[in-house]
Design a protein around this ligand. Structure first.
Ligand code: NAD
Length: 297
């Protein structure tokens, strides 16, 4: 069994990004600049955004954090998006989800300029990805593709079961892994809450990707001997012995599943760090796109 070490791999990729940034600045170009919009005080969202900003600093990007209270109006948030779209200093930006319930998430996502949509959530970017002409891939699927590629895991003709059909993980990943090319050419099954016989389907999977959000849902009896298992889930479970009173576990019962696998991701330290690195790669891409456009500043 080989551990798919997202922590080490993401550091390797960050070093590569830092080298690209150094090349840009040596050539007299500005470093990539990412802005993050954080609304409200959800602790998980705060932690994610902090991590993104810190990662920007590590690779030499500029970063701007725009924080507003949970009582912000839709109009005020839309004005921030419009300002960021127009601001030539910002190469890409994200609006951290979920937004407080009174805000219209779809209206916000639709307003983000597709060129600056480094989360890859705008329908135009989703459409480009679906047609095999990607501009920005959504961060978590992109991170998983890189993991498969860097560990040289064969995907062609493999049965791949993806469990969870969210717009940010399962659905885009199902498109990407079934496309022609590498990593891809898989025979993909997309399972969800209404799927019947999940254990049976899971046992047929050469590559099993869990993005469900339920601790230890994937047990050893559901996994084929020699399978590649990628655990996207991040679940808090109570743990009085932990300093914070909880610890993070994935959707996979790691302890019992790992011995059956050829490759498996840990949680934490697997897909999570790769997701942040992918956002950096998209932002670097955004900066490079700006530089190569005629009349770019
Ligand atoms: P989600 O939370 O929006 O939806 C859960 C999905 O699981 C749904 O599509 C649902 O149909 C499916 N599901 C629920 N119960 C099921 C069952 N019993 N059998 C089969 N399918 C079932 O999905 P999400 O936003 O992709 O998040 C999934 C998990 O991944 C969460 O734990 C989230 O925190 C985590 N996540 C991690 C990263 C990362 O970077 N590591 C990124 C995004 C999400």
């Amino acid at each position: 069994m080989t551990l798919l070490d997202g922590k080490t791999l993401s550091q390797t990729i960050k070093n590569e990004i830092a080298a690209e940034v150094a090349k840009r600045t040596a050539a007299g170009q500005r470093p990539p600049h990412l802005a993050a919009v954080l609304i409200g005080d959800d602790p998980a969202s705060q932690a994610y955004v902090r991590n993104k900003v810190r990662s920007c600093e590590q690779v030499g990007f500029q970063s701007t954090l725009i924080r507003r209270g949970a009582d912000i109006s839709q109009k005020e948030l839309m004005d921030i998006v419009i300002e960021l779209n127009a601001n030539p200093d910002i190469h890409g930006f994200i609006v951290q989800l979920p937004l407080p319930a009174h805000l219209n998430e779809n209206e916000v996502l639709l307003a983000i300029s597709p060129e600056k949509d480094v989360d890859g959530f705008h329908p135009m970017n989703v459409g480009l990805m679906a047609l095999g002409m990607p501009r920005y891939l959504p961060a978590t699927p992109y991170g998983i593709l890189q993991m498969l590629e860097r560990y040289e895991i064969p995907t062609e003709g493999k049965n791949c079961l993806i469990i969870g059909r969210s717009n940010i993980v399962g659905t885009p990943l199902s498109l990407l892994l079934s496309r022609k090319g590498y990593p891809g050419n898989c025979t993909v099954t997309l399972a969800h809450s209404r799927t019947q016989n999940l254990p049976e389907l899971a046992r047929q999977a050469d590559i099993l990707i869990a993005a469900i959000g339920q601790p230890k849902k994937i047990t050893a009896d559901m996994v084929k001997e020699g399978a590649v298992v990628i655990d996207v889930g991040i679940n808090r479970v109570e743990d009085p012995s932990a300093q914070r009173g909880y610890r993070l576990v994935g959707d996979v019962d790691f302890e019992n599943v790992a011995p059956k696998c050829s490759y498996i991701t840990p949680v934490p330290g697997g897909v999570g760090p790769m997701t942040v690195t992918s956002l950096l790669l998209n932002t670097l891409q955004a900066a490079q796109n700006t530089t190569t456009r005629p009349n770019a500043t």
